[in-house]
Ligand binder design. Structure first.
Ligand code: ZN
Length: 374
């Protein structure tokens, strides 16, 4: 993963659409290396999720690409005089719209066919796709050149209305309601003759609202606007993308609960899955803990099932089935090990841990395990 900062350096410095296939190929190569070209032995979402969410935090390079770009885009919301020079150039280029409105448009020409502006729009669209939200029908979406707002199958763009200051959906709303024609005439100096257009716009917006509720703004919008104040960096945008793809751990929790004969509290489960990497600085130990929690070990049962072993019996006692819980705790040949460890911990730390199947492999104190009645 030492290569990632080098790729990131290039994509950070280049505000252009980097060939996505190249970035995705990097992750493909890394995955192929991890599993020696075989099919993945771990759910991919676990591979890329944050460590505190129960993942292994492998970087997904093309998400970084958009996170860096969002970070740059946040500069368009900077206070006057504090934004970099390119912001005023782009403001001029996207007139009569604002840069923000331009990003929320799906149609219409890109001024001078600028690859930078094209990439901004692409960043906006793809970042929302990654986090699973829809940016085209919010109060801060453009009324014009927006594929969701059509009259007679054509997207709208009325230059005189735009120049009068009507840019965003929220510009024609008062609270949640469409403004009256009188209000529009007073506020934007729209001539009386434009009443027909007013009706068209109102009907278009209301019919859209019936299909999709109008939201205030998306999380990406909120973050990008606030990032100037909170000084959030690209990593915050990357985290947002990562959190939108959490690893599914509920099935794993259920299997552990069945094994332990009790219910693990949500708080404890979060602690178990999210703190595995804090237990030791040593990578090998961390990996052992991770594999235990995620039940990745090749137990005799698993191996026999895949016909990699003739017997599914424990390879220590040769008596019982070699399930994970047996291999880790139930086998009588491991009892002495746990007894010694718990005795040692209690002696050194002055604790009163009692040996049990929840504490030994997962470190769960009994207060966090609601034991099912027998
Ligand atoms: Zn055994």
């Amino acid at each position: 993963m030492i290569v990632v900062p080098q790729i990131n350096y290039i994509i950070y410095m280049l505000p252009l659409n980097f060939p996505l296939l190249v970035l995705k190929k990097f992750n493909k190569i890394a995955e192929t290396f991890l599993w020696s070209g075989k099919s993945p032995s771990l759910n991919r979402t676990k591979l890329y999720a944050a460590k505190e969410d129960g993942g292994l935090a492998m970087p997904r390079v093309h998400w970084y690409h958009y996170a860096f770009s969002l970070n740059q885009l946040s500069k368009i919301y900077g206070a006057d005089g504090q934004s970099p020079a390119w912001v005023s150039i782009e403001r001029e280029l996207t007139e009569p719209f604002s840069i923000h409105a331009f990003m929320t448009q799906t149609e219409g020409e890109i001024p001078f066919n600028s690859p930078l502006l094209r990439f901004e729009r692409e960043t906006w669209r793809t970042s929302h796709q990654i986090v699973g939200s829809k940016p085209l029908f919010t109060r801060r979406s453009s009324l014009w050149n927006n594929k969701l707002l059509k009259v007679g199958r054509k997207v709208l763009f009325w230059r005189t209305w735009t120049e009068a200051g009507i840019i965003y959906i929220e510009d024609v709303l008062e609270g949640d309601k469409f403004i009256s024609f009188e209000q529009m005439m007073t506020k934007y100096h729209i001539p009386k003759t434009a009443f027909w257009k007013y009706l068209q716009l109102r009907s278009c917006l209301l019919s859209m609202q019936k299909r999709t509720p109008l939201i205030k703004q998306t999380l990406v919008q909120e973050m990008i606007q606030a990032s100037q104040l909170t000084k959030k960096t690209a990593s915050a945008f990357y985290s947002l993308m990562r959190q939108s793809h959490p690893p599914g751990l509920s099935g794993l929790k259920k299997v552990w609960e069945e094994d332990l004969g009790g219910e693990i509290s949500e708080e404890m489960w979060k602690d178990i899955t999210g703190s595995w990497y804090k237990i030791s600085r040593e990578i090998q130990t961390r990996l052992i803990i991770y594999k235990i929690i995620h039940r990745c070990y090749w137990t005799p049962c698993k191996m026999a099932k895949l016909k990699l072993r003739d017997s599914d019996l424990c390879w220590r006692c040769h008596r019982s089935k070699g399930t994970l819980s047996h291999m880790l705790y139930d086998c009588h040949l491991t009892q002495n090990l746990w007894k010694t460890i718990i005795g040692f911990v209690n002696k050194v730390l002055g604790t009163k841990f009692v040996q049990n199947p929840a504490l030994c492999p997962l470190g769960i104190g009994m207060s966090y395990l609601i034991v099912y009645p027998v």
